[in-house]
Design a protein around this ligand. Structure first.
Ligand code: NAD
Length: 296
């Protein structure tokens, strides 16, 4: 494994490119948006500066990491020499199926095609390619340079060999991979999202307020962040879409998204990225206050 192509240069794509480039891999970072690519390089540079300030890496390490990254807006060119492609484009099933059809045609036959999807079936994505045995989930956590876990998801047809290569590669990045099977939500979101949904139901049924719910979970369960705030950070639209994947995938009403979550997303309150969710943001970089709707 030498040449890694990363498709999508957003929140996750830039982090994935960052960790591969730091380990000396040649990274082709692909996005349809030139602006997204410029922003990604600026973010990677800023994050590397932070590591220099903490004396974790040298200026030289930063220069070589940045030199290891080439950007492309043309997917065909960006994957022409790939040993591994990690797709981290927008979470939308039609888009991912289209991207994987194209990757299957454009990437070398030997290349492994991985996806960083949070919830879409690996087996479904693999089925649109002519190499389902080489398609796998490589689910990094946000922020990628910091978080240790990679959830490695085997699709129905993924081989032992491809799984082993992906596990070994994750270890080489300094991550801790965990192998799981391809069922809705995999492990991480199957457990996390019902907890977040239950926290929203607890608020909806007026059992307690936003800060009270988050404080109980932070101080009582030693969670670094309360579930409502975590939902805001993940994006309420993303939480809703993952809950729908669980609900539709298992056909079990226990996964039905709370009506309050549905209302908030419909009203455009998507959490931190939109400026408001359970909390209201933009009062300073690290400052947030309970959103107007939930003030007592
Ligand atoms: P994002 O919206 O920040 O970035 C997506 C990028 O994909 C954008 O820059 C967009 O221009 C690009 N894109 C769209 N169509 C493309 C195409 N055809 N070819 C190339 N690039 C294309 O999204 P994100 O938060 O980085 O999420 C990416 C993936 O990672 C999703 O599958 C998501 O579920 C998953 N994920 C996200 C998180 C998270 O916390 N944000 C965590 C784990 C996994």
């Amino acid at each position: 494994m030498k040449n890694i192509s990363v498709i999508g240069a957003g929140t996750m794509g830039n982090g994935i490119a960052h960790v591969f480039a730091m380990k000396g891999y040649a990274v082709s970072l692909v996005d349809i948006s030139e602006t997204a690519l410029e922003k990604a390089l600026a973010t990677i540079s800023k994050n590397l500066d932070r590591m220099i300030a903490k004396e974790k890496i040298s200026e030289g390490d930063k220069t070589s990491a940045l030199n290891n990254i080439t950007t492309y807006t043309d997917t065909k060119k960006g994957v022409a020499n790939a040993d591994l492609v990690v797709e981290a484009a927008t979470e939308n099933i039609e888009l991912k199926l289209k991207i994987f059809k194209n990757l299957d045609e454009a990437a070398p036959e030997k290349a492994i095609l991985a996806t960083n999807t949070s919830s879409i079936s690996i087996t479904k994505i693999a089925a649109v390619t002519s190499r389902p045995e080489k398609v796998i989930g490589m689910h990094f956590m946000n922020p990628v340079p910091v978080m240790k876990l990679v959830e490695v998801i085997r699709g129905y047809a993924t081989t032992d060999e491809v799984t082993k290569i992906t596990m070994d590669l994750s270890k080489d990045l300094g991550k801790i991979p965990v192998e799981v099977n391809d069922y809705p939500g995999f492990v991480a979101n199957r457990i996390l999202m019902p907890m977040i949904n239950e926290a929203i139901y607890t608020l909806y049924e007026n059992v307690a307020g936003v800060e009270e719910i988050d404080t109980v979970m932070k101080l009582g369960m030693a969670h670094p962040m309360g579930p409502l705030q975590l939902a805001d950070f993940i994006g309420l639209d993303v939480c809703l879409s993952i809950l729908n994947v669980l609900y539709n995938g298992f056909g079990n009403p226990k996964y039905a998204p709370c009506p309050l979550l549905v209302n908030m997303v419909t009203a455009g309150k998507k959490g931190r990225k939109s400026g408001e969710g359970f909390y209201s943001y933009g009062h300073g970089t690290k400052d947030w206050i309970v959103a107007e709707n939930f003030k007592k």
